[in-house]
Ligand binder design. Structure first.
Ligand code: ADP
Ligand code: ZN
Length: 626
């Protein structure tokens, strides 16, 4: 066999217009080009696609990419075609003619990449086609879908275990952004990757800023948060379909371009809403978790959770959909006692077996622990994935606005004793009335104004008591009886606290108004260099990009990312050579679009120099609405 030293750097530069690899890309690509199997764990936005695209381009034959979401394949294929790579897809959304055309292209060896849904791959017809075709590799994207313990399990993925037997000589590369240990083991096991090396990249997403705010008035809080993201694309997650519909409607009423997305909407509506989100600028999707996996939109500026995700993995994956382009983005969540109760009851009432339930409870507890942190959130998230951050991140709410911790042992004892003396039959709001000594009709009717705990908690206000109850329940020091309208109960863990054997320290929740003021003061992101920035040129370039995108009905970002346009503004290339040096400009894009954008720059330069307008803040730079 001839020894070739294919230059992966040359391909990176010529095809993709990038100057260097990031993270583990180079190692993975070398390994795959040489024909090795591997498991690749990289965060969302970490650059997984190149790990199989470059080897597929360089190796003989077609690279087969298995991906679970056929709705996204078109954009994926479109995106890679823009760089001149020959790609197509096979899925149930295609017409018979399109399928025939793609099959013919595969047979004739006219493709570098074939994207395919798992159920399709293992169909007889496709297997027959592939068995007489030269294959460069199999890339199994979203490989965690093979894990039954995971949150995105897809039964079709289990059949992928047949690949090594059917195609023993074709290298397989499994990729995922979900990295917890049990899921990882299951992927290795089910996809027979025991002897394959594992490539793990840092999971940190430094451009994402994490915030968790105690719930006060969720809508008002969301509204205030959205003011900072005016005109930007984002996702708002809710647990139920009804809440999705109601929230989307309310957002429309207050002038946000919001659309609902959940499994209860018809397929056509879902597709339409997703298309608008991907192809237009500044659309906000309100969704259940049914939305988002594999969405490639790079310029999502925020992800907001109105309900708690069920696990840290789910949270990290959902928040990870923000800021794939590396520009500042926000992950924001409101959270209160009610959310804890709802999720706990969902776990308890689920049909799952005992072992599964225990696992779900553990995952939920880890999620609650994250919410109640008083220390750096990024450190804790990364630690959950087995990574250590040597110092606090400086880009999460707790770092930006340090949280005071207070000794809540006495308050906890008062709360617990109040629960005990009222017979474990009441909810947090009523217990708070007793603790604060409120003389209400209900309190008197039950004779609770006679209790020794009546009024012993007058030193804290209702907001603070709500925080105490929430934190006690989150830590399992109290529990909530879901069947009985949210009655608070003691747990085994309550007794050491009541007996004075255990201390309780809690975060001192910052009241919303104060929190906003502090945040604003630190918020201003660094503006582009005013010496080179030119707002009018920027707008002109974006307009041209939108026109080109519309003409081909593709999303604007597949032509060029915002960051490439920004480089055009800063460097104002005036020749094809200069244009080719921009990040994200490879051979094909230079040919296709170089002259277009050079013309925009040239005609702009020739105009009288208008005084430069104010540069936009990086987190509001989405394309202008056509
Ligand atoms: P993932 O699939 O891991 O979420 P992608 O493959 O979509 O990530 O890549 C995320 C973004 O990073 C894309 O916009 C891509 O163009 C960019 N990117 C990937 N590799 C490089 C690189 N070596 N240099 C510059 N940008 C890159
Ligand atoms: Zn931090």
């Amino acid at each position: 066999m001839a020894v070739v030293t294919p230059d992966i750097h040359e391909v990176l530069h010529r095809v993709f217009g990038f100057s260097g690899f990031i993270g583990q890309q180079e190692a993975v690509i070398e390994h795959t080009v040489a024909g090795g199997d591997s498991l690749v764990l990289m965060p969302t936005g970490g650059g997984k696609s190149l790990c199989y695209q470059i080897p597929a381009i360089m190796r003989d034959g077609v690279g087969v990419v298995v991906s679970p979401l056929i709705a996204l394949m078109r954009d994926q294929v479109e995106g890679i075609r823009q760089t001149g790579v020959r790609a197509a897809c096979l899925n149930s959304a295609l017409s018979y003619r399109e399928v025939r055309e793609t099959e013919a292209a595969v047979s004739a060896g006219r493709l570098d990449l074939l994207y395919i849904a798992p159920e399709r791959l293992l169909g007889e017809r496709t297997l027959e086609l592939l068995s007489r075709t030269r294959l460069a590799l199999f890339a199994i994207d979203e490989a965690h879908c093979v894990s039954q313990w995971g949150h995105d399990f897809r039964p079709e993925y289990l059949q992928l275990s047949a690949l090594p037997e059917l195609f023993p000589d074709v290298p397989r590369i499994a990729l995922t952004a979900t990295a917890d240990e049990p899921t990882r083991r299951e992927i290795i096991d089910r996809l027979s990757l025991r002897d394959a090396p594992l490539f793990v990249s840092g999971f940190d997403r430094p451009n994402i800023r994490y915030h968790v705010v105690p719930k006060n008035n969720a809508r008002a809080q969301l509204r205030r948060f959205l003011e900072r993201h005016h005109g930007a694309a984002g996702i708002v997650y809710c647990l139920s379909r009804r809440k999705v519909d109601e929230t989307a409607e309310w957002l429309q009423d207050i002038g946000v371009d919001a659309l609902p997305y959940h499994a209860g909407l018809g397929g056509a509506t879902r597709q339409r809403h997703q298309d608008r989100f991907v192809r237009e600028d500044g659309v906000v999707i309100v969704a259940t978790i049914a939305f988002g996996m594999g969405i490639d939109k790079p310029d999502v500026r925020f992800v907001a959770h109105l309900d708690l995700p069920k696990s840290i993995e789910a949270y990290y994956q959902e928040t990870g959909r923000a800021g794939r382009d590396g520009e500042p983005a926000d992950a924001w969540m409101v959270y209160g006692l009610q959310e804890v109760v709802t999720l706990r009851s969902m776990v308890q009432n689920s049909e799952a077996g005992e072992a599964r339930k225990r696992l779900e409870v553990r995952k939920l507890d880890a999620m609650l622990g994250y919410c109640e942190l008083a220390t750096c959130r990024r450190r804790s998230l990364l630690a959950y994935f087995g990574e250590t951050l040597s110092e606090d991140c400086g880009n999460c709410d707790n770092c930006l606005t340090p949280v005071a911790v207070w000794d809540a042992t006495e308050a906890s004892q008062k709360a617990m004793s109040c629960v005990y003396r009222t017979g474990q039959r009441f909810g947090a709001a009523y217990l708070t009335d007793i603790l604060r000594g409120r003389d209400t009709e209900r309190v008197r009717r039950f004779g609770h104004d006679e209790l020794p705990t009546f009024g012993v908690g007058a030193d804290l206000d209702a907001y603070q008591w709500r925080s105490v109850f929430r934190q006690l329940v989150a830590r399992g020091l109290l529990s909530v009886e879901i069947e009985k309208y949210g009655s608070i109960l003691l747990t085994d863990a309550s007794w050491p606290v009541l007996r004075g054997e255990a201390e309780v320290h809690m975060r001192m929740d910052v009241r919303p108004a104060a929190a906003t003021r502090k945040r604003k003061a630190r918020e201003a992101p660094p503006p582009p260099d005013p010496a080179t920035w030119d707002e009018a040129l920027w707008e002109a370039l974006r307009t041209r990009r939108t026109e080109l995108a519309r003409a081909q009905s593709v999303p604007p970002y597949v032509i060029f990312h915002d960051s490439t346009l920004r480089e055009m503004v800063a460097r104002r290339p005036c020749s094809r050579e200069g244009f080719a040096e921009l990040t994200g400009v490879g051979e094909t894009k230079l040919d296709r679009y170089g002259d277009d954008f050079l013309a925009v720059i040239a005609s702009h330069e020739s105009r009288a120099e208008a005084p430069a307008a104010k540069p936009p803040a990086p987190d509001t730079t989405t394309e202008s609405r056509p």
